[in-house]
Write a protein that binds this ligand. Sequence first.
Ligand code: HEM
Length: 502
Amino acid sequence: MVMRRSSSDLKFLSEMEKSLLSLFMTCMALFIILLTLSRRLKLKKRKISAGGVRPAQLPRGSLGWPFIGETLEFISCAYSPRPESFMDKRRLLYGKVFKSHIFGSPTIVSTDAEVSRVVLQSDAKAFVPSYPKSLTELMGKSSILLINGGLHRRVHGLIGAFFKSPLLKSQITTDMHKYVKDLMSGWQDNQLIFIQDETKHIVFHILVRVLIGLEPGEEMQFLKHNFQEFIAGLMSLPVKLPGSRLYKSLQAKKKMVMLVEKIIKEKRKNMNNSSDDDQKAPRDVIDVLLNDNSLKDDLISDNMIDLMIPGEDSVPILVTLAIKYLSDCPLALHQLENENIQLKEKKSKQGESTTLNWTDYLSLQFTQDVITETLRLGNIISGILRMAMKDMEIKGHFIPKGWCVFTYFRSVHLDETLYEDPHQFNPWRWKDKDMNSCGFTAFGGGQRLCPGLDLARLEASIFLHHLVTNFTWVAEEDQVVNFPTVRMKRRMPIRVKRKVAT
Ligand code: HEM
């Protein structure tokens, strides 16, 4: 029979039982002390073995409350107009690199350009991407955003090379001109235009054309509808039960993948039937990946949808923010307008087509500086998360295996030691400035450097060119929202007026 005793019965314990209990308690205490000491010793040993004269230290900081850590404070700052205030407070207390506990994981936060650069440059043996669970569920295991090593290098290389190809640039420039012209031809004087919506519409069409070669039409509408359903679940609870947000998003992805698979089959058939080399030149990303025989169809179709995630929202927000900043800075708007009008006039004087090409846009130096400054100040991607695959030491900071590192670009881009008057929109600061020397990482870096960076700049340049050469506008009051993604609270309404043709 098992005897149960409550704590109040303790006083009735025999002397023997009491001494056994106290012996047990002492042993437990000793065990806990020894465990803590051995862990500390192990950490110290790891730090020493990591090399360097001074052993690396786990950065200072606080892990906050059990389970939730410092997540609530991080989120409340993220919703404010100054999300970096979470980092600023801790930078003052602990320095540019500190430890915290956010989104369920112990995390080293880096607001130090040099440390972040090393993290970005590291390969998958040191750091791998880390995303919230709902996002990894939706992306699938073979997504370019998640794969590592040789397969990642191959897929990234193929896509990056294609995005840089002159053929694609000329095709995008032509398409974008057409879409922008069609869109703007419908704008009436004094009409209120919501820039964020208009740019989203155009950019989605371009993206789908670049990735899978679809023209606007029924299938495009089908994709657009399902993509909205799909991304609604990116930041949802990781519950896959029927009816849940994540479940609905997964269903939407399935429908999109089926459409892409159909396109792949047609393309394969055409490729096999065609003997003409011209027909085989890649016209979209599917073509590029199909040309690599080692990539399976399901990897290609899954990735087409996953590639839409980084491309779909970022470019419209870049254009929207640029228009917001320009509206608040008439001097910059005036200079940008002049630069674009001059190029247009020069082209027509030379009897050339006024449809500009990619190199024309690149030659618009001030327009490019406006885009760079918008990226710096707007911080569309505020930072990225990586997970340490082994114990690491960077610039004297110890990063234990399994911890996350949050390279927070926003704090670097707004660091007053790197940028004078950092909260000011000042495109002139980029005149003769080397982007690589001031911690500018709007497009990331290293092996995962954004392959869409040229595409993003090109699309933004074309939209701005058409807007400033054809319209004047008055912007209505609006505010930038920074979390969970950067956007304008009222979708950036402007009242447009068509310029009189001279
Ligand atoms: C303003 C526009 C954009 C910004 C600010 C931006 C920013 C970034 C950043 C910071 C990364 C690095 C992520 C990491 O290191 O984990 C990245 C990666 C990526 N971006 Fe962009 N991006 C933009 C536009 C685009 C566009 C238009 C595409 C075209 C599809 C694109 C496709 C990608 C892809 C596929 C990756 C993952 C690369 C890899 O992991 O190998 N991005 N982007």
